[in-house]
Design a protein around this ligand. Structure first.
Ligand code: U2F
Length: 436
């Protein structure tokens, strides 16, 4: 290991895809700055999952408290674990940082944090060092958090229902976004602890030395231009998909050889991200739609949800379907057989679909999902939202037909190819499949 000249404390929000996206960025930075030590502070569970035994010369993971009582058994409620963790901040990070400084023998001279952790800015201020915040979501959702107060004052006390269809045309680049697309915690559900943290984040980010976006400028030029007038420095470094050098996990279930057996652009890939499982009735409806449409499918579905599928569905569709508990999503979307992505519209999933030009069927659930879905359907026109926003048999079949149809589907495909081209150009790569 080279002599350490400076020391960066990296602070993660240890849930869903947040830590792995931040580690992707840190790996890129660490490779080009071998004399900088990156102390990666996260919970033991998250560090174990994302490092999975892998070691780096100048990135060192440190486990910090998750705030949960000893012997805690997960109840299925993610909000509970997020709340416990947030209550333990910033003390748990300060303790981790002291340990890292003692071991490295070099004081921390910069903070790189998940943007959710705005107290990282206060820690940096107190030490007189820079704060770099990483926004894992899209420019559109960041803009919402930066403009939370103007949105609240425009809507007033009348709430979501009264204003559902009102657009945010008073925010640059957001004229297609409606009030009903807003994440919880902007004008309703203000009691959620994460809502408070995100409001504070929106107020503090203008003080950050720089905000790093997991996106690229051409995708949302007007929004990013506006963000640049509100933030000191905006660095667009994505899509991280096209810049990372290894897939998240190996193809243990054999998805790729299975895909090899199918025709080009014929398979529907289904996944709802890292934390969400649709309600049982929607899982059943989706399965019925898949069966009736005859489309081949690859479904990433946690084991504990499989009993919600209609009886006999797996057997009846076994020659054209595969269900796995985890798929190597990047490689799956990069595979020529995949022609449809059925998704919750999490930002990483949307960016990955764009990176490999796979049009989407969106069933948004929470947080930024509704915003991303609106952008996909109405701004970029690279996918459709399922009818009435929920998975029904007939609505999902219509969406599948739409994507497979010659005229409408072709247009979506052309649009997403153009976005893919601009993404590839933005990260300076000629071949989006090069990392596999
Ligand atoms: C939360 O999002 P999620 O982590 O649930 O969803 P995504 O942002 O779409 O990220 C999912 C990642 O997990 C990977 C996939 C994505 O990189 O490639 N993955 C996989 O490799 N294999 C699988 O079988 C399933 C998933 C939140 F829900 C969203 O609203 C936010 O946009 C996001 C960022 O804040 O965090």
């Amino acid at each position: 290991m080279a002599t350490i000249f400076s020391h960066i404390a990296v602070m993660t929000f240890p849930f869903s895809s947040h830590p792995s996206a931040l580690l992707n960025l840190v790996r890129r930075l660490a490779a080009s700055a071998p004399t900088v030590r990156f102390s990666f502070l996260s919970t033991a569970k998250s560090n174990q999952a994302i490092f999975s035994g892998q070691q780096y010369d100048n990135i060192k993971p440190y486990d910090i408290s998750d705030g949960l009582p000893e012997g805690y058994v997960f109840t299925g409620n993610v909000h509970e674990t997020v709340e416990a963790f947030m209550k333990d901040t910033p003390g748990n990070f300060k303790e981790g940082m002291r340990e890292a400084e003692a071991e490295a023998g070099v004081k921390v001279s910069c903070f790189l944090t998940d943007a959710f952790l705005a107290f990282g800015g206060e820690m940096a201020d107190a030490m007189g060092v820079p704060w770099i915040a990483f926004w894992i979501g899209g420019p559109c959702s960041l803009s919402i958090h930066i403009h939370t107060d103007p949105i609240r004052s425009t809507v007033g006390d009348t709430g979501m229902a009264q204003n559902a269809e009102q657009t945010l045309k008073f925010i640059p680049g957001m004229s297609k976004i409606q009030i009903r697309d807003l994440p919880e915690g902007i004008i309703d559900h203000l009691e959620m602890p994460i809502a408070h943290a995100l409001h504070i984040m929106g107020l503090k980010l203008p003080g950050a030395t720089a905000v790093v976006l997991n996106s690229y400028e051409e995708i949302d030029l007007t929004i990013i231009t506006d963000l640049k007038t509100k933030l000191k420095k905006v660095l667009s470094v994505g899509p991280s998909t096209l810049t990372s050098s290894s897939p998240s996990k190996p193809d243990e279930s054999g998805c790729l050889p299975w895909l090899d057996k199918h025709k080009a652009a014929s398979v529907a890939y289904i996944s709802f991200g890292t934390i969400l499982v649709p309600p049982p009735s929607e899982l059943a409806a989706l399965a019925e739609a898949i069966e009736a449409s005859g489309v081949p499918y690859l479904w990433s579905l946690p084991d504990h949800s499989r009993h919600h599928l209609p009886q006999g569905f797996v057997e009846r569709t076994s020659t054209r379907g595969m269900i796995v508990s985890w798929a190597p999503q990047l490689q799956v979307l990069a595979h020529t057989s995949v022609g449809i992505h059925i998704t919750h519209s999490g930002w990483n999933s949307v960016l990955e679909s764009i990176s490999y030009a796979v049009p989407m069927i969106c069933r948004p659930f929470f947080a930024d999902n509704m915003l991303n879905c609106r952008m996909v359907e109405d701004v970029w026109e690279i996918g459709v939202r399922v009818e009435d926003g929920i998975l029904t048999k007939s609505g999902t079949m219509k969406a599948i037909e739409h994507l497979l149809s010659n005229d409408k589907g072709k247009k979506l495909k052309e649009n997403i190819r153009l976005l893919q081209e601009s993404a590839v150009k933005a990260v300076g790569s000629n071949d989006p499949g090069r990392q596999f």
